[in-house]
Design a protein around this ligand. Structure first.
Ligand SMILES: Cc1cc2nc3c(=O)[nH]c(=O)nc-3n(C[C@H](O)[C@H](O)[C@H](O)COP(=O)(O)OP(=O)(O)OC[C@H]3O[C@@H](n4cnc5c(N)ncnc54)[C@H](O)[C@@H]3O)c2cc1C
Length: 266
C-alpha cells in the first residue's frame, strides 16, 4: 500500500567521485514498508519550489527499518542533483511509495540475472541477503564507468565470498588495464552474450541506464525471452517521465512542506 510520510536527511556518504548515499529517516519513526527492489518518490523543496524525483531504496549496510538509503549519482545541471549534492543533514522531504514491479519473482527461478548500470544496482542490494539465504544461483552483471565507480565494492565482495552460487561480473565502459577474473572492458551486453541462456530456467531483472535496459532486452528477445521472464526498470530523467518532475501536490501538502521547512530553519 502506498504511504505518504516525511523524512529527514541524517547521513551523507561519498561512495565514488560521482555518487553519494543519502540516508533519510522517517520523522514518525515508523517502519518503511517495501518489497526489495521497489522505489519511492521524494518531494524536495528548493528555492524555486517543490519538485519530485524517484529513487530506489538501496538499504544494504546498516540502515534501520525506519531509514532509507538512496544511492544517487550527480547529473550535471540536474535540479535534484544540485539540491541533494548541495544540501546538509536535517533537510526534509516528503516521501510517497513504495512503487515498482522490479521485485523478486514469487517462485525463485533456477538462475536469476541481475543486470545494472551505476546506481541501478541499488534495488538489487536490498535483494541479495534474501537470495543468499535461499542459495539461489545469481549472476550480477554490473556496468560502471571504471574501477573507481564500483559502488559498495567491499560490501559486495564480502557478501559474495562464501556464496558459491553467485557470480559477479563488472563491466567497465572506459577501459581498465590488468583485469581481475570478474572484470571486463565493455558493456554488460558483451558479457551477457557469453552466457548460455535458457528462457525456460533463467529470469532477468534489469535496472539503470535506459539504453542499456533496451539493449539487453533486445538481445534477450532474439533468444526467445519476453516480458514474462525479463522485468525492467529504466532510470529516466525527469524530462523523460513527463512534465519536469514537478510534484503534483495539493495546496495542503504544499503548506505542510512549507511549514515543516520553516520550523526546521528556525
Ligand atoms: C523509477 C526510477 C527510479 C530511480 N532511481 C534512481 C536511483 O536510485 N538513483 C539515481 O541516481 N537515480 C534514480 N533515478 C533517476 C532520478 O529520479 C533522477 O532523474 C536523477 O537523480 C536526475 O535528477 P536531476 O533532477 O538531477 O536531473 P533532471 O532534472 O532529471 O535532468 C538531468 C539533466 O540531464 C539532462 N537530460 C535530460 N534527459 C536526458 C537524457 N536522456 N540524456 C542525457 N541527459 C539528459 C537535462 O537537460 C538535465 O540537465 C530513478 C528514476 C526512476 C524513473
Amino acid at each position: 500500500m502506498v504511504e505518504h510520510f516525511s523524512a529527514q536527511l541524517t547521513r551523507i556518504r561519498q561512495l565514488s567521485e560521482s555518487t553519494k548515499e543519502f540516508r533519510f529517516q522517517r520523522t514518525d519513526d515508523r517502519l518503511v514498508q517495501y518489497d526489495p527492489g521497489q522505489f519511492l518518490r521524494f518531494t524536495f523543496c528548493d528555492n524555486k519550489g517543490s519538485f519530485e524525483r524517484s529513487y530506489s531504496l538501496g538499504n544494504f549496510t546498516d540502515a534501520s527499518e525506519s531509514e532509507m538509503d538512496l544511492v544517487v549519482s550527480a547529473v550535471p545541471g540536474g535540479r535534484a542533483s544540485e539540491y541533494l549534492f548541495g544540501c546538509n543533514h536535517g533537510v526534509l522531504a516528503q516521501v510517497a511509495g513504495p512503487y515498482g514491479r522490479l521485485v523478486l519473482p514469487k517462485k525463485l527461478p533456477k538462475r536469476l540475472f541481475l543486470i545494472a548500470t551505476s546506481t541501478g544496482v541499488a534495488p538489487f542490494l536490498t535483494m541479495l541477503s534474501i537470495l543468499k539465504a535461499d542459495n539461489v544461483e545469481v549472476v550480477l552483471l554490473f556496468g560502471v564507468r571504471n574501477r573507481s565507480e564500483f559502488l559498495y565494492a567491499d560490501e559486495l565482495v564480502t557478501i559474495l565470498k562464501d556464496w558459491t552460487n553467485c557470480t559477479l561480473q563488472l563491466c567497465y565502459s572506459r577501459n581498465e588495464a590488468q583485469l581481475n577474473h570478474f572484470e571486463n572492458n565493455g558493456y554488460v551486453t558483451k558479457v551477457l552474450g557469453g552466457f548460455k541462456l535458457d528462457p525456460g530456467n533463467d529470469r532477468f531483472l534489469i535496472c539503470g541506464n535506459p539504453n542499456m535496459v533496451d539493449d539487453c532486452f533486445n538481445e534477450l528477445k532474439l533468444l526467445g525471452f519476453s516480458t514474462r521472464e525479463v522485468v525492467r526498470e529504466k532510470y529516466l530523467f525527469a524530462s523523460q517521465t513527463g512534465g519536469n518532475g514537478q510534484a503534483d501536490l495539493s495546496d495542503d501538502q504544499k503548506r505542510l512542506i512549507a511549514e515543516k521547512l520553516l520550523k526546521h530553519k528556525s
